[in-house]
Design a protein around this ligand. Sequence first.
Ligand SMILES: [Zn+2]
Length: 116
Amino acid sequence: MNTDSCKSSDAEILRRIAGMLSLWRLCGNAACRRAQSCRGRPYRCARHSAALPEGVRAFLVAFLAARSCRIPFEAFQEEMEGSAEAEAYFAWVAAAKERPFSSQVRNKRDAPQNEA
Ligand SMILES: [Zn+2]
């Protein structure tokens, strides 16, 4: 496996994936949640992927597998359309837009006062 080709862009890829998955929603970093995007070191947002719903994690694994196989995004989209994983992903993203501050936020100290 050629690892040299992706080193320089790893942080940017992580940041994009964190954004794609709305991981800021689960992040303990208040700056990420306020900005609704990854604001710190991207691996800090990315490590919250374990708290994602199972279907969303499956979608992420499929996305990463497709990416590592250099499958064009359009082909990936077409293959995933209507799948349980895609449904879970879109439901998660929609929920993130509706309720940016998930009750799953781990660092309650930074959570807004109206958080349940
Ligand atoms: Zn974060």
